[in-house]
Design a protein around this ligand. Structure first.
Ligand code: DSN
Length: 411
């Protein structure tokens, strides 16, 4: 940061502080990962300068020779990686990607069926507070009260009852695989579109370690910074027949000039995801998540839906009489960073919650394996069970620092 430290020492200091925080804490936030340095170089590159409204070969600004080549490269790699017919790399984030999909083929006021936010869905799947919920008429499906797995029968019944124009699958706190084939059949029966938001699991899908929604879906959206481990940004995949509608819904429909630095980062991220090391990493993310679930269960916590099949574990703290908000703050005080999370049919409000969400991506990327997962779960349990004993919390903090030193973020 040779320029920044000279021009703005305050911001430079905050960046240094954040780097130290990341190095010295354990990141278990399921929506985070470790951004590769090559991706950060692309994000901070000269492509920040370029205005390039439009698409390669059809821009509203001159000087787009390299911008065009870059965007074409990102699209090509995205298509190869996900075996996609059409890819739009201009969406700024996951929510803008979803908004563009809704507006590409629907009219304001049309019906959409998606997963309930409190059962694992996402704000941009029609929450009342989101613009998506204000523009379209959403109905929501749930998870089964017993199994806590998506109630596909309910999805079918709601689809027949409300005849939505689109069904949305994908979630931000759902630990099980989704039966895309079944959802596609339900959508097909009512001539609805199927959108799968695979933001959380895009890396696992890219590596082929869990099934891909692409063959079954009209549209697939994702972000590049969760399990895919790129920088921040959104991507839309669609069947070729919707390519024009998707591109127009992004630009000029809902965005202006694309962020070419982000597009450069997406191209790098797609290339990194094609490497064999990435597949190994994603397999280890799955193994570590399964290990977290097993360890928490052994210690008497309840695992929502009984297990995990992806990178995250939703832990019900009620068997120990604990609340998510308290757990989140106690754990942050000892250097373990995660988020409180509502569990299905949670008696507590989102500001409190009965659960925590554990993601295995960042610790796996640091090189940690099952032995460290066992250790981390033990430390979490110790901190939560003795949250008023200063000396115990100090002991846990010291152990966290030891683990962080042994597994540096950037080796
Ligand atoms: N979707 C939010 C989450 O899952 O935490 C942030 O990306």
């Amino acid at each position: 940061m040779q320029w920044l430290s000279r021009h703005d020492s305050e911001v430079a200091q905050l960046i240094n502080n954040e780097e130290a925080r990341i190095n010295n804490t354990l990141d278990l936030i399921a929506a985070e990962s470790i951004t590769p340095p090559s991706v950060m170089e692309a994000l901070g590159s000269i492509f920040n300068t370029k205005a390039a409204e439009g698409y390669p070969g059809k821009r509203f600004h001159a000087g787009c020779r390299y911008a065009d080549a870059l965007e074409k490269l990102a699209i090509l790699r995205g298509k190869q990686l996900f075996k996609a017919e059409h890819v739009n790399v201009q969406a700024h984030c996951g929510s803008s990607a979803n908004l563009a999909v809704y507006f590409s083929v629907l009219q304001p006021g049309d019906g959409i069926l998606s997963m309930k936010l409190s059962h694992g869905g996402h704000l941009s799947h029609g929450a009342a507070a989101s613009i998506t919920g204000k523009c379209f008429r959403f109905q929501h499906y749930s998870v089964d009260p017993e199994t806590e797995v998506i109630d596909y029968e309910e999805v079918g019944n709601l689809a027949q009852k409300y005849r939505p124009k689109m069904i949305v699958a994908g979630a931000s706190s759902y630990a099980r695989l989704i039966d895309y084939e079944r959802l596609a059949r339900i959508a097909n029966d009512i001539s609805a579109y199927l959108l799968v938001d695979m933001a959380h699991i895009a890396g696992l899908v890219a590596a082929g370690v869990i099934p891909s929604p692409v063959p079954y879906s009209d549209f697939v959206t994702f972000t590049t910074y969760k399990t895919l481990m790129g920088g921040r940004g959104g991507v839309i995949i669609s069947r070729k027949k919707y390519a024009k509608k998707i591109d127009s819904a992004v630009f000029p429909g809902s965005q202006g000039t694309p962020a070419l630095n982000q597009i450069a980062a997406k191209a790098v991220c797609f290339k990194l995801a094609m490497a064999s090391e990435f597949e190994t990493l994603q397999k280890n993310i799955l193994k570590n998540a399964a290990c977290f679930a097993g360890e928490f269960a052994k210690k008497g916590y309840r695992i929502v839906s009984g297990r995990t099949e992806n990178h995250l574990v939703l832990v019900d703290l009620r068997p120990w009489g604990l609340k998510g908000s308290r757990a989140e703050s106690v754990l942050e005080s000892v250097g373990i960073i995660l988020n409180r999370n509502v569990i299905p049919r949670d008696p507590q409000p989102p500001s409190v919650t009965s659960g925590i969400r554990i993601g295995s991506t960042a610790v796996t990327a640091r090189g940690m394996g099952p032995a460290e997962v066992v250790r981390i779960t033990g430390l979490i349990d110790k901190a939560l069970q003795h949250d008023h004993r200063k000396e115990v919390l100090q002991e846990v903090s010291a152990a966290v620092v030891g683990l962080c030193l042994a597994f540096p973020v950037y080796r």
